[in-house]
Design a binder for this molecule. Structure first.
Ligand code: NI
Length: 156
């Protein structure tokens, strides 16, 4: 496994649309391992492949306190949304900043796992926020375009 360089705001790749994964390859398996390592190293709760400079529809998320519950979403598609939550959001591609974004409180996502088996996952609260944030990345959307009010400076 290896750490990947995280692309930051201003890098044009972050505005591009990622392509679906058609079959699992060794290269994509390594990408997923590297994305997990990079996310944990940066103390993030989610990372999309485009943030590592790869335009593939792959997302990793871990919203657990212990950082021991990785979720891998390949070709994720949000198929149901309900409720609403308004709260602070940040992004590893926008270091040192945070902003208030309104998202659905609950989502249902359909995705493929590392074996390209389809599954559905329901998320609520922070998990739902992370899923929506990461799926936006795959469509070239940064949370900064959805911030209510202005971006705030954070400690680190
Ligand atoms: Ni992000």
């Amino acid at each position: 496994m290896a750490l990947r360089n995280i692309r930051t705001e201003g890098d044009p790749i972050l505005g591009k649309i990622s392509k679906p994964i058609l079959e699992m390859t060794e290269k994509t398996k390594i990408l997923i391992e590297d994305m997990l390592e990079t996310m944990y190293h940066a103390n993030g709760v989610g990372l999309a492949a485009v943030q590592a400079g790869v335009l593939k529809r792959v997302v990793v998320i871990d919203v657990s306190e212990e950082g021991n519950s990785p979720i891998i979403l390949i070709n994720p598609e949000i198929i149901d949304k309900s409720g609403s939550q308004t709260g602070d959001e940040g992004c590893l591609s926008v270091p040192g900043k945070s902003g208030v974004v309104t998202r659905a409180m609950k989502v249902k996502v359909k995705a493929f796992d590392e074996n390209m088996k389809v599954f559905e996952l329901e998320g609520e609260g922070l998990l739902a926020r992370a899923i929506q944030h990461e799926v936006d990345h795959l469509d070239g959307i940064l949370y900064t375009s959805k911030v209510e009010g202005k971006l705030n400076e954070t400690e680190d």
